[in-house]
Design a protein around this ligand. Structure first.
Ligand SMILES: C[S@@+](CC[C@H](N)C(=O)[O-])C[C@H]1O[C@@H](n2cnc3c(N)ncnc32)[C@H](O)[C@@H]1O
Length: 239
């Protein structure tokens, strides 16, 4: 499997081409309606609210079932369990059961605190955070600075990036760079099965890691590649 490539395909199919024990770090940000733990790629109830901003699955009519779980495949391809997963609150329990109870991993809960969340708090708290779970087993987590060791990353929801890269759920590249620095070494391979606008690839390039990505949506696939090209040019200029 080639590295430094994003494949424009369904990751449930593409992941089968990745050899056992070959990936150092996984960072995934599945649409929150995908059920990675079981074997379904269709919608669940959580989907309804998320679909307002994330309707890419609808574009592809993906409602297939597979006779394997994506998480089992990720366990197969990682050298050691070393994985960050963006998720919503109601998915946390399932991920803990899978990685901590079943696979005896250590875990951490990281949070992106958005400082400019919508001020909607009638009978509820403001929706001003996103969760990213980190699971590892025998793999290292070595933050080099106090800043890198923090579990909460605070920044505004970056409207400029969302407009620039046309992706509704783009994540902050500096936060992903921090995860990569803390949990991998230079030249390691980082996999992202749901590349979106290419944030993990860009962060990997900036941190001198290799990447493998999947993105099913041609529009986002093209956006990712344009973003990667730009960052490679900038990197050349920094030299
Ligand atoms: C939440 S977004 C990822 C956003 C990304 N973290 C970023 O910063 O831009 C999820 C992405 O996964 C893609 N996707 C959904 N199902 C997929 C599948 N089965 N295989 C590959 N990509 C998929 C969607 O098109 C969407 O762009």
């Amino acid at each position: 499997m080639k590295t430094n490539v994003i494949y424009n395909e369904n990751c449930y199919i593409g992941i089968k081409n990745i050899p056992n024990n070959s990936v150092d770090l996984v960072i995934i940000d599945p649409p929150y309606d995908i059920d990675t733990r079981r074997n379904r790629i269709g919608y669940n109830r959580i989907a309804k609210s998320i679909l307002k901003v994330e309707n890419t699955l609808l574009d592809h009519n993906l409602t297939e079932s597979y006779d394997f779980s994506l998480l089992d495949e990720l366990i197969r391809i990682m050298k050691k369990v070393n994985i960050y997963i963006w998720c919503n609150k109601s998915q946390i329990e399932d991920y803990l059961k899978y990685f901590v109870d079943k696979h005896k991993c250590r875990y951490e809960i990281l949070i992106w605190n958005k400082t400019n969340a919508m001020p909607l708090y009638s009978n509820k708290y403001i929706n001003d955070k996103e969760y990213c779970l980190y699971f590892r087993k025998e793999s290292k987590c070595n933050p080099a600075t106090y800043e890198d060791a923090r579990t909460v990353y605070t920044s505004p929801l970056n409207a400029r990036d969302r407009v620039l890269y046309h992706h509704p759920t783009i994540k902050p590249v500096d936060f992903i760079r921090r995860m990569i620095r803390n949990s991998s070494n230079e030249n390691d391979i980082v996999l992202d099965c749901f590349m979106g606008s290419g944030t993990t690839a860009v962060a990997s390039i900036m941190e001198n890691r290799k990447y493998i990505g999947f993105e099913i949506n041609k529009k986002y696939f093209d956006i990712s590649n344009a973003r990667i090209e730009k960052i490679l040019e900038e990197k050349e200029l920094w030299k």
